[in-house]
Design a protein around this ligand. Structure first.
Ligand SMILES: Cc1cc2nc3c(=O)[nH]c(=O)nc-3n(C[C@H](O)[C@H](O)[C@H](O)COP(=O)(O)OP(=O)(O)OC[C@H]3O[C@@H](n4cnc5c(N)ncnc54)[C@H](O)[C@@H]3O)c2cc1C
Length: 463
């Protein structure tokens, strides 16, 4: 009756996973992607490019070795935009190849063009040439993601004032950079550029930032940023941004202060890419940020055969969680019960230094009134930390003193986004402090910090 069992709009992490899962269930699937290549924001402008850029910066700047050889240590003296781009292109090509292969192996069909609804089961696809065709599908997944929020007062110009999608194609490296928005993306780019010795000013209208992270970690993080001359302007709303004839950018803050820089990155928020989907024809509405509301258990929209997943449904807007949402949507569409989602998932912030966290923060534990104890380990206390020349890095674990269960793990420093998974496993398996006390960890590793932090809490908790 329909051309396809599942039609997916967008080939980012949620669309990709839903398409492959549907195909594995023997269903016919079409993925419509308006971009030049499959992969979505995640592969082309978001996760992969920013992390590749970070890795390149850390390698070429010799960042990881500076603990030993001093702050002036560099692997490459003059790092240019070309150095940063070279690795990026290779990584992206590889990611796209893997994805195309995955689609063809699983007989997922793809169509290049822009999708819009013309009825709840019919989608019109407009190719770049302007050619149009209509296909029908029993189920539809909206996985169109988001695009950067671009308010009128920001003079974007492709050469010195960028949004977070454009910054990866930077024509040259600036000597100074203003970053507006201390969300995950703003913080990541601010610290990556700072590692390249660019003078960075990070502006945030609120007085706090990354509020979902444990406050003690953020305090430590701020200390590190200040120590290496990142200027933090918190509680500072932007009144105007002007580009002078000589190219210099002046950002006027509401408190009267001026910030002058060679380049500016505006990274204050993203909006759902739903405005061209003609959602009215499907009977769907969006919120003020272009996002679609779904049933979180099934990912169904108000129209039961239409699902939405990934960044277009809002929080937590991560590639990792988007993939899982795509799988859940596909399983539900074809009558398969997916396992319930784990209670806690990890957050990774690939700033320099990186931050990762899972479970409850100390503030949340207090609010819930749970009696608790905290264990802290500094990476410099581990032998691996000495070998690596680490001067910073902290792990904080929180345990219930009543049940001895692990409640949260918060890590700032080298390897945080990998280390967190040990804590995540113990947390989701409802493990206690005894796991960390009784088990042996490889030596010398940074993972030993788990034992040190566990013992630190245990010493104060008693037996
Ligand atoms: C700078 C940056 C860094 C990030 N870093 C991380 C990270 O380190 N870790 C992490 O987990 N997450 C990270 N994220 C978030 C991650 O990229 C997103 O959560 C993820 O990409 C969302 O996936 P999605 O399935 O919503 O699709 P997206 O990746 O958003 O892709 C959507 C696709 O839909 C296509 N599309 C839109 N409209 C249409 C239409 N009408 N017709 C056809 N195609 C359409 C678009 O062209 C796009 O290709 C980062 C994001 C950014 C911006």
């Amino acid at each position: 009756m329909y051309d396809y069992d599942m039609l997916v709009i967008g080939s980012g992490p949620s669309g990709r996973r839903a398409a492959v899962q549907s195909a594995k269930l023997g269903k016919s699937v079409l993925v419509v992607e308006k971009g030049r290549r499959v992969g979505g924001v995640s592969v082309h402008t978001g996760t992969i490019p920013s992390k590749t850029l970070r890795e390149t910066v850390l390698n070429l700047s010799g960042w990881r070795e500076r603990g030993f050889y001093g702050r002036s240590y560099r692997v490459k003296q003059d790092i240019g935009a070309g150095d940063l781009m070279a690795r990026l292109q290779k990584t992206l090509d590889h990611e796209v190849e893997v994805l195309e292969h995955q689609f063809s192996r699983n007989t997922v069909r793809t169509a290049r063009g822009e999708a819009r609804f013309i009825s709840p089961h019919e989608i019109e696809i407009t190719a770049e040439s302007g050619e149009r065709r209509v296909v029908s599908s029993a189920h539809v997944l909206i996985a169109c993601g988001t695009r950067p929020f671009r308010p009128d007062y920001v003079p974007f110009n492709d050469t010195t004032v960028f949004d977070s999608d454009e910054i990866i194609e930077l024509p040259r490296l600036p000597r100074s950079l203003t970053v507006i928005g201390a969300g995950v993306i703003g913080v990541e780019y601010a610290t990556i550029f700072s590692a390249l010795d660019v003078a960075v000013t990070l502006i945030e209208p609120r007085t706090t930032f990354l509020d979902f992270i444990d406050k003690e970690l953020i305090d430590e993080f701020m200390h590190e940023l200040r120590d290496r001359n990142v200027a933090l302007r918190l509680g500072a709303a932007v009144n105007s941004i002007e580009v002078a004839e000589n190219g210099r950018i002046t950002t006027k803050l509401a408190d009267g202060r001026l910030v002058s820089s060679e380049m500016l990155l505006f990274a204050a928020g993203r909006v759902g890419a739903t405005d061209r989907l003609n959602l009215d024809a499907a009977g769907l509405k969006v919120d003020h940020r272009g996002r679609i509301t779904v049933n979180p258990a099934t990912l169904q929209t108000d129209v039961p055969h239409i699902y939405a997943a990934g960044d277009v449904i809002g929080f937590p807007s991560l590639a990792s969680t988007s993939m899982e949402q795509g799988r859940v949507a596909a399983c539900h569409a074809f009558g398969l019960d997916p396992p319930p989602p784990p209670e806690y998932f990890p957050y990774g912030i690939y700033s320099v230094p990186e931050i990762s966290t899972t479970g409850l923060t100390e503030e949340e534990v207090r609010k819930k009134g749970i009696p608790y104890e905290v264990g802290i380990a500094r990476f410099r206390e581990t032998s691996r930390g000495h070998i690596m020349g680490l001067n910073s890095g902290i792990m904080k674990m929180i345990f219930s003193t009543k049940t001895r269960r692990l409640l949260g793990v918060h890590i700032l420093g080298e390897g945080a986004t990998e280390l967190i998974h040990i804590g995540q496993a113990v947390l989701n398996l409802k493990g206690t402090i005894d796991y960390f006390i009784e088990n042996t960890f490889n030596y010398p590793t940074l993972a030993e910090a788990y034992k040190i932090a566990g013992l630190d809490a245990w010493n104060r908790m008693g037996r």
